[in-house]
Design a protein around this ligand. Structure first.
Ligand SMILES: NC(=O)c1ccc[n+]([C@@H]2O[C@H](COP(=O)([O-])OP(=O)(O)OC[C@H]3O[C@@H](n4cnc5c(N)ncnc54)[C@H](OP(=O)(O)O)[C@@H]3O)[C@@H](O)[C@H]2O)c1
Length: 363
């Protein structure tokens, strides 16, 4: 896009995802960070001072943010008056997040949210740009409900499903109707590092609160359709999931089993790999700045994809797949992996914001 940069704010800028936003937006070709907002505890202080000792990124804190003074996220009008839209990643109660995001939308400041609070609000699009970019059309209905001209909320989905939903998506229209996914999730998904969560060293925890419901239900909305100003979940696929926390810093892996509807002609292993390798979504068509050139990368080696070698593929925005083979109970099984704080969190939200800009929703 050949135009002036959009002015953006980061709400929750001091947190794990907020820090990732700050890094991703440091030299972004379309976006310029104008406001860093967080809780009243941090407001009025310099960003560099607040994140000192709790900077979780491997790359150093960029100079440009160090002296920026943090604004209280509750000062909605103050933030909204300085930006074209905001990213939001806050750790608050769900109803408080819902109310805060709506206040921003009603102040005509669009919100691109990393939070789960609005994922099931029927007129809030939950978008993976390569999969359901068409759901942005619901924004007109949402604006009508909110009484806004510009303001709206758009959300990205949970990090756990961003490894297996992309791989299932191009096969869904060929008749996949049953999926079992076991996810092996990194500790950064809980906003933690090994320093702040030493119990995770040499450990596995077989429970992540709320994650299995999200993993099973969110894809149904992503694959849903718009009807009467709402996104209606699909009922042509069933997913069951188990989500397990593993001692990995970044990167969620999923072991997936899938079956096709009775009576359909199932593609062969080679055909499925070809479908994955050639799949392109709206993000690739529009050549969005954060879009991976290739969304799905298939690895033929029996011991790939691995966290350490694959998580940063295409700046952490590509999804890695491997070990596709026939199964004795389901039709096929495979393994996939994606970076949970890049593709699965801040990177996915930045890509969604790019899509919204390219499609004219931020004008
Ligand atoms: N980590 C991940 O990989 C991941 C992935 C997907 C989704 N998420 C979601 O993203 C959100 C943020 O996660 P995180 O891991 O970045 O959390 P985090 O590290 O705990 O950071 C939370 C942020 O929220 C701010 N905050 C807390 N209470 C607030 C309040 N009352 N008003 C305004 N700001 C407030 C904090 O500001 P102060 O520093 O001032 O307290 C901080 O900036 C959560 O909803 C989480 O579920 C996280």
């Amino acid at each position: 896009m050949n135009q002036k940069k959009f002015k953006v704010g980061i709400i929750g800028a001091t947190g794990m995802v907020g820090q990732r936003f700050a890094l991703l937006l440091e030299n972004h070709p379309w976006f310029e960070v104008k406001v860093l907002a967080a809780s009243a505890r941090s407001a009025g202080k310099k960003y560099g001072d607040v994140v000192e000792g709790r900077w979780h990124m491997t790359k150093d804190l960029p100079e440009k943010y160090k002296d920026m003074v943090i604004v209280d996220a509750e000062n909605v009008e103050e933030v909204a008056s300085q930006v074209d839209f905001c990213f939001c990643a806050v750790n608050m109660k769900k109803d408080e997040i819902k109310a805060l995001e709506e206040r921003y939308a009603k102040a005509e400041c669009p919100i691109v949210s990393n939070n789960s609070a609005h994922r099931f609000t029927p007129d809030v699009p939950m978008v993976i740009p390569e999969i359901n970019a068409d759901h942005l059309e619901i924004i007109d209905a949402q604006r009508k409900r909110l009484g806004t001209k510009r303001g709206f909320i758009a959300v990205k989905s949970n990090c756990s499903l961003q490894s297996y939903v992309p791989a299932i998506h191009p096969l869904k229209e060929l008749g996949v109707n049953k999926v079992l996914a076991c996810t092996y999730q990194a500790i950064s998904g809980a906003g933690k590092t090994f320093k702040t969560w030493p119990e995770m060293i040499d450990n596995v925890i077989p429970y992540i609160g709320g994650e299995e419901e999200k993993s099973e239900q969110e894809p149904l909305k992503i694959w849903g359709h718009i009807e009467n100003n709402e996104i209606v979940k699909t009922d042509d696929i069933a997913i069951t999931a188990q989500c397990i926390r593993v001692p990995v810093s970044d990167g969620h892996t999923a072991a997936v089993f899938m079956s096709f509807k009775d009576g359909v002609k199932k593609p062969s292993v080679d055909e499925i790999i070809k479908i994955w390798e050639s799949y392109k979504g709206r993000a690739q068509e529009l050549e969005l700045p954060s879009a991976p050139k290739q969304f799905l990368h298939y690895f033929t080696e029996p011991d790939r994809p691995q966290i350490k070698s694959e998580r940063n593929l295409e700046n952490g925005m590509a999804v890695s797949v491997g070990r596709l083979r026939e199964d004795t109970q389901y039709d096929y099984k495979f393994v996939c992996m994606s970076h949970n704080t890049l593709r699965g969190a801040a990177g996915g939200a930045v890509l969604l914001a790019e899509l919204l800009c390219a499609e004219g929703y931020m004008d």
